[in-house]
Design a protein around this ligand. Structure first.
Ligand code: NAD
Length: 469
């Protein structure tokens, strides 16, 4: 017997059998897993299930990605090459572009992109098309778990009606014959300490049975699952997590600029000191602006939803404004550093160090470095090059740029180097020795700047002992 036998099932025996059957399949690892969208979120999840012994099918619209994966070739840093090779060779994972294969899947995760439109409104069209693909093959006993970050009510307001329209064909009832839940993704690309397994996840189902089954599915690959009362709570908590970061980063970014204006006070020293308080404070650090697929975008999902309720999310609007100003601020610091040298703007060469949106990853989506490069070119800087050990080439404003090798000659030939992403692979000693002036937006030269007086302009450093930004 199992816990789901006690669910109110309106006396429908088939319904109980659907929940029990899925529970049985999950606990015996017989459940077939489907993952729609094989990117930063979907591929690690699919490989994790396959490593646990579940037969896993990955569905993606990109034939190139599917082909690569079936050949055992990895393209996501957080997935170990040998893990992917093992599950492909062992027949536990395969990728496809054919949504008909979803018919065989018992649990289907949706991990597709959730961008914003040019007017910064949510674009849930990828979720809709994933839900339609599932709907075409929906059958009794299936569980659908949406993982894409989105506004509260997407699971029930967007996915549920699409599934229900299809379910009506066969008289299937949600929560009895098939199941739907939201479980946000918390993966932190590049984080070696917190991985899929040891990062708790939140799950909220449309019904109690949906929550329990989704929770059971997640427990197969995650140690701790926290259940909430509805998909909306789970959707909202994910946005809270990301907006919390965006608001706090905006606060230190604003204070960094104030420190620069004041002179003599370093925001880095201030934050370090405040962080000694063992309660009620959590350190956040300034930088060149927000990047990645989540933090710069997700706040807009909530402010869009709030407008539907005639509600103004002022914290979100303000923090977005402050953070979006940062690349402009960095470019001002760079142009001032150029002005200090015997070269005109149009003859100056700027070396951008790091274009990934954060340390040690290869993801350039919404990276502030792209904006910095675009603005430097717009301002008329003679030559802009970049170096990034994780990103061999990048497209900025329609032009493909290639990473340059960080040689002594390259460093010496630039007029200003600007550290936008503080990758661990950079040789900072060599950078500070070789480049004439460095604008450091990450405090990457923390332990070196004092030895090279007059060379480093530290964002938020207040000018103490170094150049003033
Ligand atoms: N990247 C992160 O660190 C992160 C963290 C937490 C949450 N999220 C959220 O997870 C979701 C996915 O993000 P990601 O970074 O994995 O995106 P991604 O761009 O890396 O991957 C998305 C994949 O989905 C595929 N795809 C698009 N439409 C499809 C469709 N209709 N059917 C099948 N495949 C389709 C794309 O080809 C791509 O391979 C987003 O909502 C994002 O906000 C991302």
């Amino acid at each position: 017997m199992n816990g789901l036998m006690n669910e109110p099932t309106n006396g429908i025996a088939a319904a109980t059998r659907a929940a029990d059957g899925l529970q049985e399949k999950l606990t015996t690892k017989q459940a077939q897993i489907g993952v729609i969208g094989l990117g930063y979120v979907g591929l690690p999840l699919a490989v994790e299930f396959a490593l646990e012994g579940f037969r896993t099918t990955g569905l993606d619209v990109s034939p190139r990605r599917v082909e690569q994966l079936n050949a055992g070739r990895n393209y996501i840093q957080d997935v170990a090459d040998e893990d992917l090779a093992r599950v492909v060779e062992g027949g536990l994972f395969h990728a496809t572009t054919d949504d008909a294969e979803l018919a065989a899947c018992d649990v289907i995760y949706i991990c597709v992109p959730t961008p914003v439109t040019e007017h910064k409104d949510p674009d849930v069209s990828y979720i809709e098309s994933a839900a339609e693909a599932i709907a075409r093959h929906l059958r009794r006993g299936q569980l659908v778990i949406l993982k894409s970050t989105t506004y509260p009510d997407t699971t029930e307001g967007v996915v549920q009606p699409i599934l229900e329209a299809a379910a009506a064909r066969d008289g299937l009832v949600l929560g009895e014959d098939y199941f739907l839940a939201f479980s946000p993704e918390r993966i932190d690309p590049g984080n070696k300490t917190f991985t899929t397994k040891n990062t708790p996840v939140v799950v909220g189902g449309v019904t109690a049975a949906c929550t329990r089954l989704a929770s059971l599915a997640m427990q197969q690959v995650v140690e701790h699952v926290h259940e909430v009362s509805s998909p909306k709570v789970a959707e909202m908590e994910k946005l809270l997590e990301n907006i919390f970061r965006s608001v706090n980063i905006a606060l230190v970014n604003e204070l960094a600029r104030l420190c620069d204006r004041m002179g003599g006070v370093s925001i880095w020293e201030v934050v370090e000191a405040a962080a000694t308080k063992p309660f009620g404070f959590m350190p956040f650090y300034p930088g060149p602006g927000l990047g990645g697929h989540c933090i710069p975008i997700d706040p807009y999902y909530l402010s869009w939803l709030a407008r539907r309720y005639d509600f103004e999310t002022s914290f979100i609007t303000l923090s977005a404004r402050v953070n979006e100003e940062m690349p402009f601020y960095v470019v001002e610091a760079v142009t001032r550093a150029i002005a200090e040298q015997p070269v005109g703007l149009r003859q100056a060469k700027v070396l951008v160090l790091g274009v990934a949106f954060k340390r040690d990853v290869d993801d350039v989506r919404h990276s502030p470095a792209l904006k910095v490069i675009e603005l430097l070119k717009e301002r008329g800087v003679g030559e802009v090059v970049y170096s990034d050990p994780h990103v061999p080439e990048v497209e900025v404003d329609g032009t493909v740029m290639r990473s340059v090798d960080l040689t002594d000659e390259e460093l010496a030939s630039c007029h200003v180097a600007v550290i936008v992403t503080d990758h661990r692979a950079f040789d900072y000693e060599r950078i500070v020795q070789g480049a004439p002036v460095i604008v450091d937006t990450r405090n990457a030269l923390k332990d070196l700047a004092a030895r090279y007086p007059g060379k480093v302009c530290l964002l938020g450093g207040g000018g103490g002992g170094s150049l003033r930004c």
